[in-house]
Write a protein that binds this ligand. Structure first.
Ligand SMILES: Cc1cc2nc3c(=O)[nH]c(=O)nc-3n(C[C@H](O)[C@H](O)[C@H](O)COP(=O)(O)O)c2cc1C
Length: 332
């Protein structure tokens, strides 16, 4: 989960016997190296390293100006100079520089969001023996991933927190809930299917297994774990009644991602067309988030959460993992 964890959460999950993931979408190659070194030094257990593999869009000054204009009243409200907002990408796709770092560590699993990297890069990852996973949000995406050589497919239902991994379509009406999507993907592909989205209890894990999942991928349930780097404001939102109202929003990055509804989502509309393409929306929102959070407000924060935040408990990641794993061993 990029932005809310580092190797410590991955390590705790690995040490409890599950497959911990290190999110690398927002890490420079140097930081990735440091994180991998720390993980490898602490465990010989297998782990997953996760990357985004979007295509960075060409600059679109007109769209960026529209976005800047939409945010300007907020800049003024928070005493930020609208003419002095730093630009930047925030997230870079998987490339050969990250692969160079990864190669020295040869993680057991490498997973991707938004499809798969270009064939030469994918071949590189597979050449050193990593198993490759990626998220599918439709049956078509699952079939595409299988055809391109994914070793397993993550069926990411509409309930899931954070970014939707959708990559063959931008049409949100194609997106299904986990327990509608999972059995359809299981039926369509030969590779193992991992269920993701809304699973936050042992019973949820057992239900996913009964519907044919070969594993589960869990995000939101770990957001309040001791090892996550989730901010205090985000944790408080997750454990408040506000967490019962999430929506898909483009406002924080440019691609639909699920988070708790907050002021900017209410005022601009969560899918506001003015937000530029992924990942260009991030830079404009970042100073607003920082300024508001300094005042103790989440008006401009991406409060990523799945629809089922009830399982987001303040426990150690090992306890959360062991609780959830009990569902895997329950005989239906
Ligand atoms: C805060 C947050 C950040 C996430 N970041 C990533 C990411 O960097 N890469 C990725 O593949 N999925 C990411 N996801 C999605 C998860 O991999 C997974 O699909 C989702 O959490 C499952 O649904 P759940 O949140 O209901 O458990 C993120 C989810 C959350 C909640």
């Amino acid at each position: 989960m990029a932005g809310v964890q580092n190797h410590r959460l991955a390590l705790a999950v690995c040490q409890a016997g599950a497959l911990g993931s290190l999110p690398a979408a927002m890490l420079s190659p140097e930081v990735l190296h440091t994180e991998l070194q720390a993980l490898k030094a602490a465990t010989s257990a297998p782990f997953n390293v996760n990357f985004f593999c979007h295509t960075t869009p060409p600059p679109n000054p007109e769209r960026e100006a529209t976005w800047h204009q939409a945010l300007t009243p907020y800049y003024r409200e928070l005493a930020l100079d609208p003419d002095n907002i730093p630009s930047g990408l925030g997230r870079v796709p998987f490339g050969h520089d990250s692969a160079d770092v990864l190669e020295a560590f040869r993680p057991a699993v490498v997973s991707f969001h938004f499809g798969l990297p270009a064939p030469d890069l994918l071949a590189r990852v597979k050449s050193w023996g990593s198993l490759v996973l990626s998220s599918a949000t439709t049956v078509q995406e699952a079939l595409w991933l299988q055809a391109q050589g994914a070793d397993a497919v993550i069926a990411q239902g509409l309930e899931a927190g954070g970014h939707r991994g959708m990559f063959l379509t931008e049409d949100l009406s194609t997106q299904m809930g986990t327990f509608a999507l999972l059995p359809q993907i299981v039926q369509a592909v030969r590779v193992p299917v991992i269920a993701a989205g809304g699973i936050a209890t042992a019973q949820g894990v057992a239900a996913a297994r009964q519907l044919g999942a070969s594993g589960v991928q869990i995000g939101t349930a770990y957001l309040c774990s001791h090892e996550a780097t989730t901010s205090a404001l985000h944790r408080a939102a997750l454990q408040s009644p506000a967490a019962q109202h999430t929506a898909l929003t483009r406002l924080f990055s440019g691609r639909p991602a699920r988070g708790i509804v907050n002021r900017v989502m209410r005022e601009l509309g969560p899918l506001c067309e003015k937000a530029p393409e992924f990942p260009m929306a991030t830079a404009g929102m970042a100073p607003l988030r920082a300024a508001a959070e300094a005042l103790g407000r989440t008006d401009f924060s991406p409060l990523w959460s799945g629809q089922n935040a009830a399982g987001a408990r303040s426990l150690s990641a090992a306890d959360i993992t062991r609780d959830l794993a009990q569902g895997w061993h329950t005989q239906p």
